[in-house]
Ligand binder design. Structure first.
Ligand SMILES: [Zn+2]
Length: 88
C-alpha cells in the first residue's frame, strides 16, 4: 500500500516537473510589439522612475509581458508604454 502511494506521488511529481518545464520553455517573445528594441538603449520607467539599459527589461512568461527590471515590485510594463527610451 505504501509503495502504491509513493508511485502516485512520483507520478504527481513528474507531472509538476512537466508543467514547470512548459512554463520555463515559454521563451521571451521578441515579436511582441512592446518588446525592448533590438539595439540596446537606455530606458526610463515612468512607474518607478529608474533609468537602466533596455537589456535589463524582463520577460514575464505568466503575464506574457515585457516588464520593468524591478517587476514585480514595479508594475511598469511594455517598452513604449511604461518603459521609454531616454531621449537625451
Ligand atoms: Zn519600473
Amino acid at each position: 500500500m505504501a509503495s502504491k502511494r509513493s508511485r502516485k506521488q512520483a507520478k504527481a511529481r513528474h507531472y509538476k516537473k512537466h508543467r514547470r518545464g512548459l512554463r520555463r520553455s515559454s521563451a521571451p517573445d521578441y515579436r511582441d510589439p512592446y518588446r525592448p528594441p533590438k539595439r540596446a538603449c537606455e530606458v526610463f520607467c515612468i512607474r518607478c522612475g529608474e533609468c537602466y539599459p533596455s537589456t535589463q527589461m524582463k520577460w514575464d512568461s505568466n503575464y506574457t509581458l515585457w516588464v520593468c527590471k524591478n517587476w514585480p515590485s514595479c508594475v511598469g510594463a511594455g517598452f513604449g508604454v511604461d518603459v521609454h527610451e531616454t531621449t537625451d
